[in-house]
Write a protein that binds this ligand. Structure first.
Ligand SMILES: Cc1cc2nc3c(=O)[nH]c(=O)nc-3n(C[C@H](O)[C@H](O)[C@H](O)COP(=O)(O)OP(=O)(O)OC[C@H]3O[C@@H](n4cnc5c(N)ncnc54)[C@H](O)[C@@H]3O)c2cc1C
Length: 291
């Protein structure tokens, strides 16, 4: 039924990287994108390499320096249920639970979500706002790529064919008072990809000024983006008047959403303004409570 020419099942990372080097099979994680592509005849007569038997590609752990390392094969259920994620980056739990439905969350991995290069990927805005680093390995070595450099265009990413994404690192960042929020707008509450995804991280100082803010958007252009000018607008400011709305307007100006059957460009632009403002208000209030 599926046009697979060969299925490789490596038992170690080394074996997988060697296979990629020699035979260039398609990495297969949860298959929730790969098999849909095959059914739609967008991917045919390919060799697949399942990553499921490689030990320890799914772990979620705190590193000695406080960074969080998420294995590329961690499913969205595992992310939502991780005590570490709930305690340190609950916005990722929100993102995980906004994905598809329980069956998809059980199968789909964060590595697959990032590697498929979709602008609507629910993990992307939060990972961008958290300055995630992506660990890419090939037989010849490894590199750490900031997620901001990873997306090249719709479905196009910087990963080379011979590379696997092995981990996602969330830098601890040395922040004291901070909070993050992810808001997904979609037509249905489940089993629907985002009309717009907004992730915001807000760090505050004692006295209430914003130390730093990060604003990231999904489905607001061909690739997930950060909104640098909106972030600069907030730096060092005590939120008064319509500051958060101004940041929402600046975020809209940074975005380039398209009209699709899901929503029109103008509607998405209005959503950007409103949801960025709402996410900032929530994150700012929550950051104050952590101090
Ligand atoms: C019914 C349904 C609902 C969905 N709803 C949502 C939703 O609400 N939000 C959302 O964001 N997505 C949604 N998706 C899309 C999909 O579930 C996600 O993108 C998912 O995270 C993909 O992960 P996967 O493990 O299934 O990847 P796979 O399908 O196995 O792989 C996806 C791509 O990534 C590559 N890849 C996977 N892992 C690696 C790795 N470690 N290193 C290198 N390359 C790798 C594969 O070769 C492939 O190109 C939905 C899909 C379906 C079928």
């Amino acid at each position: 039924m599926y046009p697979v020419t060969r299925l490789f099942l490596p038992r170690s990372l080394g074996e997988a990287l060697e296979l990629l080097e020699k035979a260039r099979p398609w990495p297969l994680a949860g298959g929730t994108d790969v098999f849909v592509k095959m059914r739609r005849n967008k991917l045919q007569d390919v060799s697949l390499m399942s990553l499921e038997k490689i030990p320890d590609m799914a772990g979620i752990r705190e590193l000695p320096n406080g960074d969080i390392a998420i294995g590329a094969m961690a499913t969205f259920t595992a992310i939502a249920e991780s005590g570490l994620i709930q305690r340190r980056v609950p916005m990722l739990k929100t993102a995980a639970l906004s994905m598809g439905g329980p069956q998809i969350q059980n199968m789909a991995t964060i590595g697959g979500n990032v590697c498929n290069g979709a602008t609507s990927a629910d993990s992307a805005p939060s990972l961008l706002a958290l300055n995630a680093l992506l660990e890419l390995q090939c037989a010849g070595g490894e590199r750490l790529v900031p997620i901001r450099e990873f997306y090249l265009g719709p479905g196009k990413v910087i990963r080379r064919e011979e590379e696997l994404m092995t981990r996602i690192i969330l830098p601890a960042g040395g922040r004291d008072q901070w909070a993050g929020v992810y808001i997904k707008m979609s037509t249905r509450k489940a089993m629907d990809i985002s009309t717009l995804g907004v992730a915001v991280v807000c760090e505050t100082k004692s006295g209430g000024a914003i130390q730093e803010a990060a604003i990231a958007l999904g489905t607001a252009g061909p690739v997930p983006i950060r909104c640098g000018e909106a972030e600069t607008l907030l730096q060092g400011r005590i939120p008064e008047g319509d500051l958060f709305l101004k940041a929402g307007i600046a975020a809209r100006q940074a975005a380039n959403p398209r009209t699709s059957w899901r929503a029109g460009r103008e509607f998405r632009q209005a959503l950007i303004e409103g949801l960025v403002e709402r996410a900032l208000k929530q994150a700012y209030a929550m950051a104050g409570e952590t101090g």
